[in-house]
Design a protein around this ligand. Structure first.
Ligand SMILES: Nc1ncnc2c1ncn2[C@@H]1O[C@H](COP(=O)(O)OP(=O)(O)OP(=O)(O)O)[C@@H](O)[C@H]1O
Ligand SMILES: CC(C)(CO)[C@@H](O)C(=O)[O-]
Ligand code: BAL
Length: 285
């Protein structure tokens, strides 16, 4: 696997892949790779002859009091994992390469509606940072297919909307969440957890499953379920940011006609903010 750091080298290497007749698959990441990331690479590999990953900790999507400075940067280990997973090319640009005129003068891509609420409410400006960097990366790589994780469900919805609204010629694939044996969604930020916090963290998925089972059994009293779920999380030692039940396709409030519901949660364990979600097929009434 080749690693490049500049847009010019990236274009040259992707162009070579394309000239060899391969379709281009792309997996954007912030690095510190785990098996969740690797499942995205493998998904891209299934469909494309040439697979590109990027590692870029994007300052534009971090709030002023967030963990930009401490976010784990583990390039050498990541390169090894990507190589083993069959990735062809890694793009690992500097901040200067991505934002040569600085970030204040950067044109911003902003996706309305779907980026508001949930993480958009707790992290103002976050999704503008994500949609801006992902549209830049799409223009740099020009992939046929891009794979994102369903763990970051709202992010995936924002990207799908952006691609549709801006007519970007890329197929977006959502890959199911890879989990540890105890159900905790794999996440780079799990590395921040103390041993004690790590034993508490699976309560998030347990709560999602319990709510999911209740909905599958026909419960429609969503607010009661959410209140119980919040209490469960708190009792386990988590500090919920939000726990909500939404329409899984629009991310709006569920309607009588919603046939897929999203149970979505963000919760703090100490200083670490963890995300997870579950999609439930609703029983026809
Ligand atoms: N457990 C997982 N299963 C499947 N995909 C995942 C998983 N975790 C992350 N991804 C996906 O990997 C891509 C890159 O995400 P990122 O590098 O931010 O990893 P992360 O583990 O989510 O990090 P963080 O802890 O910072 O949120 C995104 O599309 C994200 O949804
Ligand atoms: C999509 C992404 C790579 C954009 O910086 C990031 O938000 C992530 O890793 O999920
Ligand atoms: N995986 C989401 C990227 C972020 O938290 O900034």
């Amino acid at each position: 696997m080749k690693t490049v750091h500049s847009v010019a080298e990236l274009r040259e290497a992707v162009g070579q892949g394309r000239r060899n007749g391969a379709s281009i698959g792309f997996v954007p990441t912030m690095g510190n790779l785990h098996m969740g990331h690797i499942s995205l690479i493998e998904r891209a590999r299934q469909q494309c002859g040439f697979v590109v990953a990027s590692i870029f900790v994007n300052p534009l999507q971090f709030g002023p009091n967030e963990d930009l400075a401490t976010y784990p940067r583990t390039l050498a280990a990541d390169q090894e994992k990507l190589e083993q997973a069959g990735c062809d090319l890694l793009f690992a640009p500097s901040v200067e390469e991505m934002y040569p005129d600085g970030m204040t003068l950067q044109t911003v891509v902003s996706v309305p509606a779907v980026s508001e609420g949930l993480c958009g409410a707790s992290r103002p400006g976050h999704f503008d940072g994500v949609s801006t960097v992902v549209s830049k990366l799409f223009n740099m790589v020009q992939p046929d297919v891009a794979v994102f994780g369903q763990k970051d469900y709202q992010q995936l919805a924002v990207i799908r909307t952006m691609v549709r609204d801006l007519n970007i010629p890329v197929q977006i694939i959502g890959q199911p969440t890879a989990r540890a044996e105890d159900g905790l969604a794999l996440s780079s930020r799990n590395g921040y957890l103390t041993e004690q916090e790590r034993t508490t963290a699976p309560a998030i998925y347990r709560t999602l499953q319990r709510l999911g089972q209740a909905i599958e059994a026909g419960r429609e009293d969503h607010q009661t379920l959410v209140d119980q779920g919040l209490s469960e999380l708190q009792a386990a030692g988590l500090r919920p940011d939000y726990l909500e039940i939404r329409d899984a396709d629009t991310l709006g409030e569920p309607r009588a006609s919603s046939d897929r519901l999203l149970i979505v949660v963000a919760a703090y364990l100490g200083k670490t903010r963890l995300l997870d979600n579950l999609v439930i097929e609703r029983r026809p009434s």
